[in-house]
Design a protein around this ligand. Structure first.
Ligand SMILES: Cc1cn([C@H]2C[C@H](O)[C@@H](COP(=O)(O)OP(=O)(O)O[C@H]3O[C@H](C)C(=O)[C@H](O)[C@H]3O)O2)c(=O)[nH]c1=O
Length: 189
């Protein structure tokens, strides 16, 4: 699948609470998500309004990602970096939270980042390729050419890593990913 997708895994509730299959190869293949995920990541962001991103790995270590929030909540964002895409430089976003259980699937070709909306927020995500520091790249979180509307209080700045304070703007990213003929959209599954 080459669209960004918002998934809402079914929760089977009962008197004890609930159960959900948060990933199933068979079910996801039915959605057209056929990547083999090879690594699970988990991050804790202590302070509200921590922003991790916008990141991507270049080939041969480009990654598709399946993101969910298991504690607190985030505003999760994907930016189209596929050269010649009619939606190049455009973004989509969704709120993922432990409460709503929503997941965001981000194909290869997109930068990814999130802003935490609560303190002590934990995010877990599957990736379809291993970590490669040499291929680890980024995009400036507040590049006006992309114009992500991060849900920050007026005049507030996010907590950023030193690396993320120095990410380049879209104009310096160049031709990183091939366009596959499908403009970016946020499909709901
Ligand atoms: C991503 C990654 C990092 N690391 C090490 C490298 C650093 O010593 C430390 C923190 O890495 P970084 O500051 O890149 O972590 P985040 O800022 O959370 O980066 C992630 O945030 C955005 C939201 C993403 O989508 C990417 O998965 C990833 O770039 O973990 C590893 O050992 N393996 C890994 O796969």
């Amino acid at each position: 699948m080459s669209s960004v997708a918002l998934l809402q895994p079914k929760r089977f509730g009962d008197a004890r609470g609930w159960f959900a299959e948060v990933y199933s190869e068979t079910t996801f293949q039915g959605y057209g998500i056929t990547e083999r995920f090879v690594q699970d990541n988990h991050s804790l962001s202590i302070v509200q309004y921590t922003l991790r991103g916008l990141h991507f790995q270049t080939e041969p270590f480009a990654q598709a990602k399946l993101v969910r929030c298991v504690r607190g909540s985030i505003f999760d964002v994907a930016v189209d970096l596929r050269s010649k895409s009619p939606t190049f430089g455009q973004w989509v976003g969704a709120e993922l939270s432990a409460e709503n259980g929503n997941q965001l699937y981000i194909p290869v070709g997109f930068a990814h980042g999130f802003l935490t909306l609560e303190p002590m927020t934990e995010v877990v995500y599957k990736v379809s390729n291993v970590y490669s520091p040499a291929c680890d790249c980024g995009l400036k979180w507040d590049d006006p050419a992309v114009g992500v509307i991060w849900p920050l209080p007026k005049g507030a700045s996010p907590i950023l890593s030193d690396k993320d304070q120095r990410q380049p703007p879209l104009s310096e990213i160049g031709d990183v990913f091939e366009y596959d003929g499908t403009p970016m959209s946020l499909v709901q599954i």
